[in-house]
Design a protein around this ligand. Structure first.
Ligand SMILES: Nc1ncnc2c1ncn2[C@@H]1O[C@H](COP(=O)(O)OP(=O)(O)O)[C@@H](O)[C@H]1O
Ligand SMILES: [Mg+2]
Length: 427
């Protein structure tokens, strides 16, 4: 097969030692083409040879397969359109990095990333993960029982995962029921780190942190008003929205635009006071907030008591702690785990924290790389799973504090500019 490629010869030569030595097998699953290693066999779930897509998100398409080496089921996510835009490539790179660095019971386990045939034929990213049975949105929509014990078990595990992630300096930024996986024994795992971000202090980005993140209904107020210096508290707000959704069995705060979302929150919790407004160092944020308050008029807010007065008072108190308007008043994951509603599950020794991720792993955030350079980065990230020599070199560099990407920053691909480079700034 001759592949047309614009990869410069120098780069093809650089990666020549890492060519894939065997052919992949093509599977067409409900219109999606998957090229998989022999080792993985898609599971056929009915007599009609219908393969089941276990899930489809905005970027990924997930199937279940058997890993013939271990005889265990796995989920394989093909990230589609990875290289259509630089932003997509960057999302994928963040997701792979974060999932390699974070190993925790309540975070989906990325076992493998399939090796592309070669650098010049690298088009798709396939992630092999542990397979769970459902996501939380399916459970909420079903008619299966969701009592206080279920909610306690789910929320406890989400917070346990978040405590670990936040201590590592990772924000998820897109928590919602579809990104929480579960199985019959009620294990919960956080998935989909496409919007995940490392926030360690020394990862200074030349681009401001984006505020247009997270599916709107789960987005914290400080994000909605455009505050750029947001923290792990944005994930906690989302957990509050998810908990409320489990209680109500429908999404809780449903704005149909960013402004409307703010209005919905004002109606619930009341308009914030002047002290809150002035706490934002950015005058534009202050102005923005005053304008919105003026437009909607002062609101007292109906309050969570009014809506959730009938539920377990401990549960209500936890919900209030998660859904504090002011992010500084919101519980942290570690604090929430100690809340009385979770007391029977809480055990400090079994709620580990992590060391912060090494900022060198996220050095790419500092640079404006071309799509082809991001592809180099992603390709190397995948090589870590397949070539021990490459892996050793990589970790040697890390240990001695050397840059992992200096050889990519000005490489031949720096000149290969994308035709659509202007439509992928982070919005
Ligand atoms: N490991 C898995 N096991 C079972 N289902 C999964 C797994 N990973 C993802 N899914 C399902 O696939 C959907 C899309 O995957 P996700 O990683 O969220 O991709 P996207 O970035 O496209 O949203 C999820 O909402 C979930 O329903
Ligand atoms: Mg998703």
């Amino acid at each position: 097969m001759i592949i047309e490629s614009n990869v410069p010869q120098k780069i093809i030569d650089l990666y020549k030692p890492y060519k894939k030595q065997f052919e992949s097998v093509k599977h067409v699953l409900q219109g999606h083409t998957f090229y998989l290693d022999q080792r993985y066999m898609p599971i056929d779930i009915s007599e009609h040879l219908q393969y089941k897509l276990v899930g489809q998100g905005a970027y990924g398409c997930v199937i279940q397969a058997i890993d013939k080496l271990t005889n265990k089921p796995v989920a394989i996510k093909k990230i589609e359109r990875t290289f259509n835009h630089r932003l997509f490539a960057k999302r994928t790179l963040r997701e792979l990095k974060i999932l390699r660095l974070i190993k925790h019971d309540n975070v989906v386990d990325l076992k493998q990333v399939l090796l592309p045939p070669s650098r010049e034929e690298f088009e798709d990213v396939y992630m092999v993960m542990d397979l769970l049975e459902a996501d939380l949105s399916q459970v909420i929509k079903s008619d299966s029982l969701l009592n206080d014990d279920h909610m306690r078990l789910f929320i406890y595990q989400v917070l346990r995962g978040l405590k670990y992630l936040h201590s590592a300096g990772i924000l998820h930024r897109d928590l919602k029921p579809r990104n929480l996986l579960l199985n019959r024994s009620c294990d919960v795992k956080i998935c989909d780190f496409g919007l995940g971000r490392a926030i360690a202090e020394n990862i200074q980005n030349n681009i401001m942190m984006t505020y247009y993140v997270e599916t709107r209904w789960y987005r914290a107020p400080e994000l909605l008003i455009g505050y750029q210096n947001y923290s792990s508290a944005v994930d906690i707000w989302s957990v509050g929205c998810i908990l409320a959704e489990m209680i109500l069995r429908r999404p809780f705060l449903r704005g149909d635009s960013t402004k409307h979302q703010i209005k919905v929150i004002f109606e619930l919790l009341g308009t914030p006071n002047e002290q809150y407004i002035q706490s934002f160092p950015d005058l534009k944020v202050q102005q923005n907030l005053r304008k919105i308050i003026q437009e909607y008029g002062h609101q007292n807010g109906i309050g969570l008591n009014q809506i959730f007065g009938h539920i377990n008072q401990d549960l209500l108190d936890l919900l209030k702690g998660l859904l504090k308007f002011d992010h500084r008043d919101r519980l942290t994951a570690a604090q929430a785990l100690k809340h009385s509603f979770l007391q029977i599950l809480h055990s400090e020794e079994d709620e580990p924290i992590s060391v912060p991720v090494n900022p060198l792993e996220f050095e790419f955030e500092k640079y404006e790389l071309t799509k082809e350079q991001l592809k180099d980065m992603l390709y190397e990230e995948i090589l870590l799973y397949h070539f021990s020599e490459f892996r050793n070199q990589y970790f040697q560099k890390l240990q001695s504090g050397q840059s992992l990407i200096s050889h990519i920053v000005n490489n031949e691909n720096a000149r290969i500019i994308d035709p659509n480079a202007d439509d992928d700034f982070e919005q």
